[in-house]
Design a protein around this ligand. Structure first.
Ligand code: NDP
Ligand code: 2IT
Length: 445
């Protein structure tokens, strides 16, 4: 890191104390930008870096709600409207007990560059709450979502800020929030994405992040003159991203051998039966451990982090941030893993990434590899605007084209700025350049 970037990073940490995930996300981008900043002094003159790390607007609010027994609870809500240089703020909502400002800011910051890579007109934002939907009744989740939207509605809109799902926020939660928004505004608009198909949702949005990840990793494998057939794939998580990544990988001939949740992981060397996983997780909202009741070929182990010690050819982390640390990365390399595609946001620690890059493991960074979800959200917005809906095949084709374009941008940009084969640097630089140029063009705002 150059001296000026190092002192800039120090100021970011001083100004945003205690937000370690945000610091980590900023540092990763800054580390990639050294030669870009040298070649473009106009960015320093216009204080682009100083502006880009400061959210345009941060909203923090109280969410009071009542459980089924009549007890009152208070959670905290967030929406970080990070950057609107390229379009309306766009990004998911996360409901998880670990949520605090540092997590929402890291996710919002990443989202700026991810959305830029998609080529669609979307700025970056993120929100959520420290609420846990786990173990709550549908009515409790509904009351929580209504209370959340009772504050959020005044800050968002189809041309202003368009939230979507993330951890703990799926079709059920989006439906409740959409209903409350519509009631408060007396307006039926595409203010959220990931909506149900009956009321403005897009085909493929449910599958999009997982499918997009597989399309991206397909390109990584092609560059190694190989493909999915017969590959052993290790996946973490068993939520939206994990399930549809597994589905597409299996369709392309791979064998998915692991999945996990926060209680532990399963290994099924015969290949995981996705029908069972879908039923347990999507219909019954159960735990991944239950899979072993029905499949005797499978074992369950506690400590979800140990999933990376299972030998595999391809690793797809699809659960949460920092789930692959140095030890996990070393285990993957030792066991012959050739490619890592990040379905989750920032799942690999900086130490883990360094190991992958040094050891010749193909590494697909989150902001590129998981951009298919938000890209298809962008396609949902387009369909809402023209009040038409495209077929599954049409949306899937567009998604694939977008993922191919992102891959090409990463490769070409990395090479252009002296970081050949480093897709992470390529993604950070390509994502940044577009936003920086738009900010320059729009003046000091
Ligand atoms: P879901 O809530 O559908 O699933 C999350 C999965 O990860 C669950 O199996 C969950 O287990 C596990 N998990 C979550 N947090 C932790 C944790 N702290 N420790 C261990 N396991 C955990 O979320 P998604 O599938 O939507 O999201 C997964 C990742 O993908 C996140 O990083 C998200 O930001 C990212 N992402 C999502 C997109 C989307 O379109 N949904 C788009 C791009 C990225 P448990 O049920 O036990 O909590
Ligand atoms: O991290 C992400 O890109 C998402 N959770 C999806 C965001 C979106 O607006 O679809």
């Amino acid at each position: 890191m150059s001296n000026s970037i190092e002192s800039f990073m120090k100021r970011v940490i001083e100004k945003n104390p205690g937000e370690s995930e945000f610091h980590q996300a900023v540092k990763e981008v800054l580390d990639s930008l050294e030669s870009v900043l040298e070649q473009h002094p106009e960015y320093a003159d216009a204080k682009i870096l100083e502006r880009i790390v400061e959210p345009e607007r941060q909203i923090i609010f109280r969410i009071p709600w009542q459980d089924d027994k009549g007890n009152i609870h208070v959670n905290r809500g967030f929406r970080i409207e990070f950057n609107s240089a390229l379009g309306p703020y766009k990004g998911g909502l996360r409901f998880h007990p670990s949520v605090y400002i540092g997590i929402i800011k890291f996710l919002g910051f990443e989202q700026i560059f991810k959305n830029s890579l998609t080529g669609l007109s979307m700025g970056g934002g993120k929100g959520g709450s420290d609420f846990s939907p786990k173990g709550k009744s549908d009515n409790e989740v509904m009351r929580f979502c209504q209370s959340f939207m009772t504050e959020l509605f005044r800050h968002i809109g189809p041309d202003t800020d368009v939230p979507a799902g993330d951890i703990g926020v799926g079709g059920r939660e989006i439906g409740f929030m959409f209903g409350q928004y519509k009631k408060l505004r007396n307006e039926f608009t595409g203010v959220l994405t990931g909506k149900g198909l009956a009321y403005g949702g897009s085909l493929v949005r449910t599958e999009a992040t997982g499918y997009g990840l597989i399309y991206f990793v397909t390109r990584m494998l092609e560059d190694r003159a190989t493909g999915w057939k017969g590959k052993k794939v290790s996946i973490s998580g068993s939520g939206n991203v994990a399930i549809y990544a597994a589905q597409k990988a299996i369709e392309l001939g791979a064998k998915v051998i692991t999945m996990s949740d926060s209680n532990g992981f399963i290994v099924d060397q015969k290949g995981i039966c996705l029908e069972t996983v879908k039923r347990i997780k999507e219909l019954e909202r159960g735990r991944i451990r239950e899979y072993t009741n029905e499949h005797k070929s499978a074992i369950f182990k506690e400590r979800f982090q140990d999933v990376w010690s299972v030998p595999c050819d391809i690793a797809l982390p699809c659960a949460t941030q920092n789930e692959i640390d140095q030890n996990a990365a070393q285990a993957l390399v030792k066991n012959g893993c050739i490619a890592v595609g990040e379905g989750a946001n920032m799942p690999s620690t900086p130490e883990a990434i360094e190991i992958f890059l040094n050891e010749g493991v193909s590494f697909g960074p989150a902001k590129a590899a998981n951009a298919g979800g938000v890209a298809t959200s962008g396609l949902e917005m387009s369909q809402n605007s023209i009040r038409l809906s495209w077929t599954f095949e049409e949306v899937d084709k567009r998604l694939k084209t977008i993922m191919d374009n992102i891959y090409d941008q990463c490769v070409i940009t990395a090479e252009k700025y002296g970081k050949k084969n480093n897709l992470m640097a390529g993604a950070n630089i390509a994502g940044f350049l577009k936003v920086a140029d738009a900010m320059l063009a729009q003046g000091i705002v």
